[in-house]
Ligand binder design. Structure first.
Ligand code: ZN
Length: 275
């Protein structure tokens, strides 16, 4: 019996146990939140990987339906394929046309930078999200892609990263090594300069809703000043920056309840030494 079948049986959960696309066994991640196909060559896996990558790099225009159509039409399948797209082919596809092709190109071309943690996590290795990768970078000093690719599974073991996850990370990196090395020819891994102290030192910031500055710009300002970005507002987020800081939206109310301080964009900028 597979782990998923055992879980379903023991807890009386109504879980699918086979992939609906290819029929292979499904596997479940460590926090039991995500089921995925065990067949590395299943279309669902390619779709999941492209989707994770475009989400991580904030590349728009790549919804799951679009991704599926592109895979079916042999436009791309792997992440490096995204950087070698034949746009004329997309322009001639039913339901797409030149405008969509141009939009996709401009989205891909304008998001060609990622931090090392984003880059590796963007390849969607099970249980190895951005936080885990960042912990390895900080805790082990692995601050290049090569350092990750050349490491042994045991090298990843540390506080908060047990053998099982270390194995998943190692196996995932080995399986995706060629794709990563090809992708890095097109996508720049940007350096994150850790600011010791800084005017936002030790504080975490989350941004929501529209703002004067681009989201990526705001995040960069946080990092430059020694703060930490929370992509979503968590219990321990210190500041939530939004256009209307008196908002009564559920997001705002929840944040206040957790003791998060609400800031306007200008108040936030006022706290930063380096812009
Ligand atoms: Zn499958």
């Amino acid at each position: 019996m597979t782990e998923v079948e055992t879980l379903a049986k023991n807890h009386n959960w109504n879980l699918p146990t086979k992939c609906s696309v290819c029929g292979a066994d499904l596997v479940i991640n460590a926090n039991h939140k995500e089921l995925k196909c065990s067949n590395e060559f299943c279309k669902s896996r390619y779709m999941g990987r492209i989707s994770k990558w475009t989400d991580t790099l904030k590349i728009k225009e790549f919804g799951l339906t679009t991704i599926e159509k592109m895979i079916d039409n042999n436009i791309f399948k792997t992440i490096p394929d995204l950087y070698k797209i034949d746009y004329a082919k997309i322009a001639s596809m039913d339901g797409f046309g030149e405008k969509s092709a141009a939009k996709m190109k401009s989205e891909l071309d304008s998001h060609k930078e990622a931090t090392l943690a984003e880059f590796i996590a963007g390849f969607n290795i099970t249980d190895c999200g951005e936080n885990i990768i960042q912990n390895v970078i900080d805790g082990k000093g692995f601050n290049t892609l090569d350092a990750f690719l050349n490491a042994k599974a045991n090298d990843f073991i540390m506080d908060g990263l047990k053998e099982k996850t270390a194995d998943k990370l190692y196996n995932g990196l080995q399986a995706l090594k060629e794709d990563m090395l090809e992708t890095v020819k097109f996508v720049k891994i940007k350096e994150v300069k850790k600011v010791e102290g800084g005017s936002l030192g030790g504080q975490s910031f989350c941004f929501t809703g529209p703002a004067q500055r681009k989201r990526s710009e705001l995040w960069e300002i946080v990092e430059k000043n020694g703060g930490v970005v929370h992509e979503s507002c968590k219990k321990d987020t210190n500041f939530l920056v939004m256009a209307d800081k008196n908002s009564t939206s559920s997001k705002a109310e929840k944040a206040r309840k957790n003791g998060t301080t609400m800031l306007s964009e200008e108040e936030f900028i006022g706290m930063c030494e380096i812009l």
